[in-house]
Design a protein around this ligand. Structure first.
Ligand code: AMP
Length: 282
């Protein structure tokens, strides 16, 4: 496993793999790797000759009052995880390596940003598509792996790849959870003990919603109200959003039908958690 910190060295390494016709699987992350990241890496390992992992906490996707400075980091541990998962190259650039100058051209996501995390984190997805574009150009993967936990990100990146004809395939990976249902997240370490005990209510309220829908409820508002009640009763968190939208279009729906997502974000003292389920209703 090679750790590469410069763009020039990465270009050389990728060129060498390409000249041998090796297929490249790419897993972009912000590090502090957990089982969710491992699932992406495992899938990449199965499906490609070379696996490239990037670890970069991208300042462009953090708002002014967000947790850029305090985002958890542990590169030594990440290297260990990467080694265990058979990663060939870790790309671990500094901020100045990625952005030596202020960008002269920026990107704006037009669709799917006025809802969910896009609504509460203005500019977040513009920062995501900027870094992903840069990384795709550098790594030139055949396949890139993204978690369904960040379902809005996945839909937006799919849009990016289709709109601009990136020559690669986006592979979605199911959300990996703790035993009690809490979606694995680097930010879970910032939950207090009490909040950690409450946090499984996020997923259990989503499962309750699925049960209600299966039992015949098709009004999104009623479902959202039921989830809201449950989260308010079972957690001390502040609800950021609870929404039911079409997926991957992320449009409002009058009645629950077709492919849809139930997504939520809840703010705890030091961690904002997101979760979702994506389903099809005939
Ligand atoms: P992050 O390091 O949080 O930016 O995440 C990097 C990638 O890992 C993204 O594609 C995420 O969607 C994915 N990911 C994060 N948490 C999970 C999880 N619990 N299950 C599956 N994928 C995840």
């Amino acid at each position: 496993m090679r750790v590469i910190t410069t763009i020039s060295e990465l270009k050389e390494a990728i060129q060498a793999e390409k000249s041998q016709q090796n297929t490249i699987g790419f897993v972009p992350t912000m590090g502090y790797l957990h089982e969710g990241h491992r699932a992406l890496l495992k899938k990449a390992r199965q499906e490609n000759q070379i696996v490239v992992l990037s670890i970069f906490v991208n300042p462009l996707q953090f708002g002014p009052n967000e947790d850029l400075e305090t985002y958890p980091r542990d590169f030594e541990q990440d290297q260990k995880v990467a080694g265990e998962e058979g990663v060939d190259i870790i790309f671990y650039p500094s901020v100045t390596e990625m952005y030596p100058n202020e960008l002269s051209v920026t990107m704006t996501v037009n669709k799917r940003t006025d809802v969910l995390c896009g609504e509460s984190r203005p500019g977040h997805f513009d920062g995501v598509v900027a870094v992903v574009t840069k990384l795709f150009h550098l790594v030139q993967p055949d396949k890139a792996y993204f978690g369904k936990k960040d379902a809005q990100q996945l839909a937006i990146i799919d849009g990016l790849v289709n709109d601009y004809n990136f020559p690669l395939q986006i592979v979605p990976v199911d959300t990996v959870r703790e035993h009690d249902g809490l979606a694995k997240s680097s930010r879970n370490v910032y939950l207090t003990e009490k909040e950690r005990a409450e946090a499984p209510a996020l997923y259990s309220s989503l499962l309750m919603a699925v049960d209600l829908i299966k039992a015949g409820e098709d009004n999104p508002e009623s479902i959202v109200n039921a989830i809201t009640d449950r989260i308010k009763t079972e957690t001390s968190g502040e609800i950021d959003y609870i929404s039911i939208l079409t997926y991957p279009g992320l449009e409002n729906m009058e009645i629950i039908k077709g492919r849809y997502i139930i997504a939520l974000a809840v703010k705890f003292t030091k961690a904002r958690l997101i979760d979702n389920v994506i389903l099809v209703e005939e």
